[in-house]
Design a protein around this ligand. Sequence first.
Ligand SMILES: [Zn+2]
Ligand SMILES: [Zn+2]
Length: 373
Amino acid sequence: METSAKCSLCGPIPDYASEYHSDWATEHWGGGQKLAPQVSLLKPHKVHHTYDFLECPKCGALFLLENDIAATGSGDYDQSVVTRLSAEDTAVLREILHRAGLATEDPAGLAGRLLGLPDDVLNLAGIHLWERDRELARRLLPALVDHYAAHGGGVWPQNWPWRFLYDFTTTQEDATLLLGELDRHPATPDLDRLRAFARVTVCSICRSIDTDAPTKIRLGALPPGLRALRRFGVSAHIDVWECPECDSLHFCESEDGIDGGLFRVGWMQDRIRPYLRRPESVEAKVIDDLFGHGGASERFIVTLGMRKDPDLVRPLVPRMVRRLANKPARWLHDALCELAQDPATAASVLASIAKLNPTNALVDSLAARARAV
Ligand SMILES: [Zn+2]
Ligand SMILES: [Zn+2]
């Protein structure tokens, strides 16, 4: 093979080139911003609709294509960017793109080489592994768990090892594989987070419970699996149930104490748990943030707080009043009426109501109760 720089096919393509697609951009930022015509001769790997690897059919050089096309708007800024990858990065990528089912002799070595790729190249390689070569992705798992255990890097999606390993928590088969690997390592907060997600995926009791859509239940006639969930007994209308198999928390909300809905607490559970056990130890700003998640979370925060110590939720009063005006709910009205039995809180309720426009029947009722204090 020829080297890329001398290649008669891809040689004329600059190392970095972009093309704006709109006439507007061509006019305003100078004409001639066009990709070299040879780009169209490169072979796309069709990894992703926005990013792709383009390969020179003659010398094997690889280019990263980024189509930056806005989904909405004028399209004036839409552009394609083509960047030539270094010989070293190309060699690593060829190991996965041209594997064609061949065994990978040294997955740990390959994992290490992949982790040395630039971020945008690595992200695309990850998509290739997940979408088109799950077998290789699974072979890389032990080395990537080792790497993550040694280096961490947090649980945010931009952290590639986390993102890659997190994808192993989404199917039962892969979650089982991941749990086996995690068991080889001492617990750390980052690994525990992965383990928690994987355990939910394979949980025989609660894996069907969703975060957003409620799992409808009849409290007096629970299916056998859900009967195993441990109840904290916050109130007849809002409670938190804990799964004895995977330790996840779920909100159970019921208007009439007969029918109800279960929602997975999800990411919030690290903060909900201490609030359940020792609400007085939780900082006011955390309580405020948990209330802000809306839905079952706000009802839980207010109900449990009032039961343990109403002073925990008094700072939320202005926010609760606004919430009552925007999304009227009988339980919230009743909670505010109870808090407003204290004269200082009644004054705070009235001051918050004075700022509202418009109000509703529940707000009017609350105002009457507060004025009577
Ligand atoms: Zn070439
Ligand atoms: Zn569970």
